[in-house]
Ligand binder design. Sequence first.
Ligand SMILES: [Zn+2]
Length: 163
Amino acid sequence: MPAHRNVARAVNAVLDLAPRRGEVSLPRLVAAVSASRGRPIELTTARLPRGVCGQWRQYTDRDVFLIQHGLPAWDRTLAHELGHLVLGHDGIHVVEAAQEETEIASTELIRYMLHQRTGCLGPSGEDAEQEAEDFAALLIYRLGRLPSDRSSIIQVRLGEAFG
Ligand SMILES: [Zn+2]
């Protein structure tokens, strides 16, 4: 699995944050990243525009990962959005985004939201999208290779993960 060195390093850094005991699930890793940054990361499902798997919204005081409602491979999308965050791929400024996507052009959102990044992997793949995909693939692969009592990537259900 060829992943660029910075992607592999980012995956290692996230896995280093994993709790030393107990199961290591993706939502737990997200919580660990949040704690290490001292900034909340919220997970939620949403009815996003057609064809969109996930969205990362950066507010002044927190980050929010929105996962498309009913998405079967939500863990992959969550890992992808986490990749954008830890790799420092800031989304586009929401005012610019609002000019392109009228559905988020609410003044309330614009006031509190700094950046957003939306998308599934595009067909040709912008570099940042490819990096986030590589990050997600490697992170899920590494999680799957943890001792079975520590990896619960399969067992965690979406409902439990998102409370
Ligand atoms: Zn992306």
